[in-house]
Write a protein of this length. Sequence first.
Length: 258
Amino acid sequence: MLKGRKGVILGVANKRSIAWAIARAAHEEGAELALTYANDRFKEGVEELGRSIHVKRFHPCDVGRDEEIAALADALKKDFGRLDFLVHAVAFAKKEELAGAFTDTSREGFHLAQDVSAYSLTALCRACRPLLEHPGEGRTASVLTLTYLGGQRVVPNYNVMGVAKAALEASVRYLASDLGPSRIRVNAISAGPIKTLSAAGVTNFSALLDTMPDRAPLRTNVTAEEVADAGVFLLSEKARGITGSILFVDAGYHVMGV
C-alpha cells in the first residue's frame, strides 16, 4: 500500500515502540523511510533497528527545539525532495507527574508535557508542510499521530499526559482544517494500553493491561502490530477521504460504559 511513498517516523525508542511497529509495517508495504532519534542516548539503538529494515537515513530531532525541527525538514528535503507521510509518535511527561492527583501537577511539568506531546505536532507540520504538498498530482499526503483514551476520559495516574493528549487531539482537528486545502490529511490513532517505554512511566500501568481482557468487547489486549496495520492504512491512499479523525485501535474498549 505504500510502494514508492517516502516518509519520516519520529518516536522510535526501542523494539517495543509503537513507532517501530509502524516503521516495520510501512517498510513491508514498500515505503522508503527516514527515522529520527531524540538524542545521542537513543542514536545507536535506533540506527541498529533501522538498518534491520534497510533504513539509510537517520536524523537527530529534539522536538522541543525549533532549530532541530527546522534542521530535520532541511535534511528530509535533501533525502527525499518531498514527503508522502509523517508519523509523530512522540510524548513525554515527568514521571512524578504520572502518579497521584492531577491537582499536584507542577507548572513546569504541565508546560513540558504540552510542548513535547502536543505542540510538537504543530511545529513539525509547519516545518514539513512544503515537503508534504503535492500540487496538481491528485493524491494526498498523510500526517499520523498517536493518542490514548486518557485524553477523553479520566484514567488514574495518566494526569498531565491525559490533558496533553486532549490538546493533541484538538490539534489534529485544527491541523486537518488548515492543511486540507493542500491535500494533507491529519489523523490520530488512539491505541489501547501497550507495554512500551513511555507507558512504563505511568504508575500502576499493569492494572490497565489487566483490565482490557475482562472489559473490552474483543476480550483481549491489542498489540503494537495491530496499531501499525491501522497506521499503514491511514498513511496510504486507501484512506484518502479520511482526515481530522481519531481511529480507536483498542479492542473496542472505548465503547464500554463500565
